[in-house]
Ligand binder design. Structure first.
Ligand SMILES: Cc1ncc(COP(=O)(O)O)c(C=O)c1O
Length: 366
């Protein structure tokens, strides 16, 4: 059975380099906020073209700390999408802010300016723009311009889109700040939990740095109330520095596989997100079918695993009650009930890719 992602293969491919940097880090005796984290922060900031990158413990912390640094507080109104796995909402719940849900474009599966305008009309003061599945939001530039003319802060969630670009500009450099996860299966993934925040604002960088270290300004002097401990450790940073060197190459491999799948879809019975080139880094290859159960069975019978990202909208989560549950998000709802994910990553062998291409080509709707 072809797996959605095979971590053992990735570790094996990089094993020598991983072993080397791990022993080097252990020899240094520094395990928290040492040279490796500092170097990764400056290398990733440089990769993005941002002034600062602050490493934290995971992507959800990045969202929460980023939101707090941007000024989000209890009862602030923040617009998010409902089809991106509830991560933004988890952060919002910690702050006790209010979520306003936006629907998405049926082809890109991403939020677009028109949805942002509706959210602002509903009172949104902050926007989280999630570049879902590795596809950069096509009109992120226009969204940021529209928001900044109205004093509305845009936070980009780039957890699935490391290296995706609109023109020459990488995602993560459009909004006031942007959040990244380095969860192991991400395009840039650590060997455990890790995350971080990019910004080019001196003030935001100072706040983020303080919030990830107990709210300190200098040692033991607490100046921010909601500070906490959320640090990336040295070992993860050392490993991320190895993977970062190959990020563009790995993204290219993903993109090429995705292009092959799109070309194999001769019957056009599976809906696939069109992309031009750098705007997509194929983090998750999500397709939509009229009858997803039939399609999933077709792939399973041909030895191909599928996954679901994500079967439950934020607004359908069990703990919710009241008006949020009734919010109508027709596009997000359709996509969540009709989509599934096919394996698409650099660990696949040529034979496996061909097997998946053939399975796509042989799928028909009745
Ligand atoms: C879009 C998105 N945002 C945020 C996160 C949260 O990242 P983490 O799992 O590192 O907390 C994820 C992780 O899976 C994600 O896919």
């Amino acid at each position: 059975m072809i797996e959605i992602f095979n971590m053992t293969r990735k570790i094996l491919r990089y094993r020598k380099q991983i072993d080397y940097v791990i022993s080097e880090t252990l020899d240094s005796g520094n395990l928290i906020l040492g040279q490796q984290v500092m170097k990764f922060e400056s290398e990733f900031a440089c990769y993005l073209g941002a002034k600062y990158f602050v490493a934290v413990a995971n992507g959800t912390d990045a969202l929460e700390i980023g939101m707090r640094a941007a000024g989000l507080k209890r009862d602030s109104k923040v617009a998010i999408v409902a089809n991106a796995g509830n991560y933004s909402r988890t952060a919002i719940n910690q702050i006790e802010a209010t979520a306003i849900y936006m629907d998405v474009n049926p082809w890109t599966r991403n939020v677009q300016l028109e949805n942002v305008k509706t959210a602002i009309a509903e009172g949104a003061e902050f926007i989280v723009a999630t570049h879902l599945y590795g596809k950069a939001i096509d009109d992120i530039r226009e969204i940021v311009e529209y928001c900044s003319n109205r004093g509305i802060v845009v936070i980009e969630d780039c957890a699935q889109a490391h290296g995706a670009r609109i023109g020459d500009k990488p995602v993560g450099t459009f909004g006031e700040l942007s959040c990244f996860s380095f969860y192991p299966t991400k395009n840039l993934g650590a060997l455990g939990d890790a995350g971080g925040i990019a910004t080019s604002s001196d003030l935001l960088a100072l706040r983020i740095n303080s919030l990830r270290t107990y709210g300190w300004e200098g040692k033991y002097n607490v100046t921010l109330k909601y500070g906490r401990n959320s640090r990336m450790d040295e070992l993860q940073a050392a490993v991320l520095r190895v993977f970062l060197k190959n990020l563009n190459e790995e993204n290219m491999k993903r993109r090429e596989i995705a292009k092959r799948y799109i070309n194999a879809n001769v019957n056009k019975t599976l809906q696939m997100t069109p992309f031009s080139f750098h705007d997509y880094v194929a983090h998750l290859f999500v397709v939509t079918a009229k009858d997803p159960h039939r399609a999933i069975t077709h792939f399973k019978d041909l030895g191909i695993s599928t996954a679901s990202h994500y079967p439950t909208l934020d607004t359908e989560q069990e703990y919710l009650e009241g008006a949020e549950v009734d919010k109508e998000l027709p596009v997000s709802k359709y996509l969540s009930k009709h989509s599934f994910t096919l394996p698409c990553n650099p660990e696949l062998t040529e034979e496996e890719i061909v097997q998946i291409e053939r399975a796509i080509a042989s799928y028909h709707e009745i």
